[in-house]
Design a protein around this ligand. Structure first.
Ligand code: FMN
Length: 194
């Protein structure tokens, strides 16, 4: 009986290992083919980032697609202490309060990438405030997220849809923290299929 278990475990690990090697190889050789929707368009990359993960992905996207990049900033910063900050965020979420943020003019752009960390299985409040504050009529919105544990992608996409008047919302990128392996390649794979 023990032998069958041991064989089963080795088999599963070997299969996962082989699949991982194939995936890594597929990503390693990936090339960026600028999608038509980004060609000859004015591109703006906007992001909110508390500890730098989303910022790092935003900068990689900009490196690949070009355009301008702007950071969402809070008028009143969150407390530095993570526990106090989390408590305040939970309270704001419960009460449906959005923080005040800087003004970012999106009127001159056709394509707006919007990046946010996942907070309590939701879009971060500063990014949500940006989506609510701005008029996305006739603009294409391309969201991207960083996370560390989990989130329901379907729920996040619905939240984005409910927070903005954008009609054209592309499939988001979900990146574990600021990427572990082949981050740039993962971004390219997403962009090629947008
Ligand atoms: C208040 C708070 C709540 C969070 N909730 C989640 C969560 O529900 N799911 C998850 O996967 N990560 C969660 N995270 C982790 C962040 O999404 C992750 O570390 C992200 O990459 C941080 O991005 P940043 O460096 O741009 O701020 C949370 C982080 C904070 C500070």
């Amino acid at each position: 009986m023990m032998k069958i278990y041991a064989f089963g475990i080795i088999f599963v690990f070997l299969t996962l290992f082989i699949v991982a090697i194939f995936k890594i190889n597929e990503l390693k050789n990936i090339k960026y083919y600028p999608p038509e929707i980004l060609t000859n368009k004015k591109i703006l990359i906007v992001y909110y980032s508390n500890i730098g993960n989303t910022k790092s992905i935003a900068e990689s996207i900009r490196f690949i697609v070009g355009g301008d990049i702007k950071q969402i900033e809070l008028i009143e910063k969150y407390p530095n202490n993570i526990f106090t900050m989390s408590k305040l965020i939970r309270k704001q979420m419960k009460e449906g309060v959005l923080p005040q943020i800087n003004n970012i003019d999106i009127s001159n752009y056709d394509i707006i990438f919007v990046g946010s960390p996942i907070w309590n299985f939701s879009v971060s409040l500063p990014a949500k405030a940006f989506l609510k504050n701005n008029n996305f009529e006739n603009k294409t919105l391309i969201p991207f997220f960083t996370y560390s544990g989990g989130a329901s992608k379907k729920k996040i996409i619905n939240e984005v849809k409910n927070s903005t008047n954008a009609k054209d919302i592309k499939q988001p990128l979900f990146m574990f923290e600021n990427g572990i392996i082949l981050t740039k390649e993962q971004i390219i794979k997403w962009l090629n299929n947008i």
